[in-house]
Design a protein around this ligand. Structure first.
Ligand SMILES: Cc1ncc(COP(=O)(O)O)c(C=O)c1O
Length: 294
């Protein structure tokens, strides 16, 4: 009920779960396995999409992002009726998003294709997909309290979709999934007036700091590509795997932990840096610029 009030979405269009990870597995097991068309997964994206499809033995095609990690319509595999497309927007780990107008045109061009949009980072972006739900029955959205709300340990994720789709998923999901502690924590979060202030500060900080960091790094890290982001992290790409590894080790030595994602598909030479407080970001810039050599 608190979630319905917070989002302004009727209860019958919401399905909660213990983290959105769990919903991803339920959707793959319950919906993707039975597809009459194909499963298409954005690449690179959140690794669980591909790893769980592989675990279940579901064949899939990838929607490869372009050279600068943008969604490109020309790279979208040909879709047949009964297919399902998984995207994340803003995407993890690239920070890029699929503009709402592009998703809208996909939803209307392919009414018999189900689009799963993982919006784990949506509060950091400026154009969430929520209002598309009332227009399109072929859209399913995933959200979580783990990112902007900083409450990953509460383990609450949710899906938004048509009454039919949510009802169907509800039957597939394990019953009695949410324990009293999760429910009590979620209520406390949504009902605490300080929470919206915390979120606002968190989102404002991420937005202004990611832009400041982007502008600084573009100038100071010559030869390294810096990708602007709609989430609370930046993706950096070094021209070689060796220079990426050296930068990663220099940061670790300076006591700064970033995500080394360079082993992922399409992510050679890439590190993902979470945006912190201004002083943390300054420390990161100092360490990375100080150790910079190609
Ligand atoms: C795109 C994306 N989806 C889902 C999740 C999982 O979130 P949860 O903590 O709700 O399981 C993450 C977390 O890293 C994520 O990046």
């Amino acid at each position: 009920a608190v979630l319905s009030k917070y989002l302004g979405v009727p209860k019958e269009n919401i399905l909660t779960s213990s983290g959105s990870n769990h919903l991803i597995t339920v959707i793959l097991e319950g919906l993707a396995k039975q597809l009459t068309g194909k499963l298409v997964i954005t690449r690179p994206s959140f690794p669980l999409f591909e790893s769980h499809a592989q675990y279940l033995g579901i064949p899939y095609e990838t929607w490869d992002l372009d050279e600068t990690f943008q969604y490109s319509m020309t790279k979208l595999p040909k879709l047949t009726d009964g297919s399902m497309v998984i995207i994340a927007s803003p995407n993890n780990p690239t920070g890029t998003s699929l503009p709402k107008k592009d998703l809208r045109s996909l939803l209307s061009s392919y009414p018999k294709v189900l689009f799963l949009a993982d919006e784990a980072y949506y509060e950091f972006d400026d154009d969430p997909y929520t209002d598309l739900l009332s227009e399109f029955g072929n859209l399913l959205i995933l959200r979580t309290l783990s990112k902007t709300m900083g409450a990953a340990g509460v383990r609450l994720g949710y899906a938004l979709g048509s009454k039919d789709l949510i009802g169907h998923l509800g039957k597939l999901r394990v019953p009695f999934l949410l324990n009293h502690f999760t429910l009590a924590a979620a209520e406390a979060i949504f009902e605490n007036p300080e929470m919206s202030k915390f979120m606002e500060r968190n989102v404002q900080n991420a937005r202004s700091e990611r832009n400041r960091m982007f502008e600084t790094l573009v100038v100071k890290l010559k030869g390294v590509e810096v990708f602007n982001s709609k989430a609370n992290f930046l993706l950096l790409r070094w021209p070689t795997q060796d220079s990426c590894q050296a930068a990663y080790e220099a940061l670790m030595t300076a006591g700064i932990q970033v995500r080394n994602i360079s082993a992922g598909p399409g992510l050679k030479g890439c590190l993902r840096v979470t945006i912190g407080l201004p002083e943390e970001n300054d420390a990161f810039v100092k360490a990375i610029v100080g150790s910079h050599r190609l």
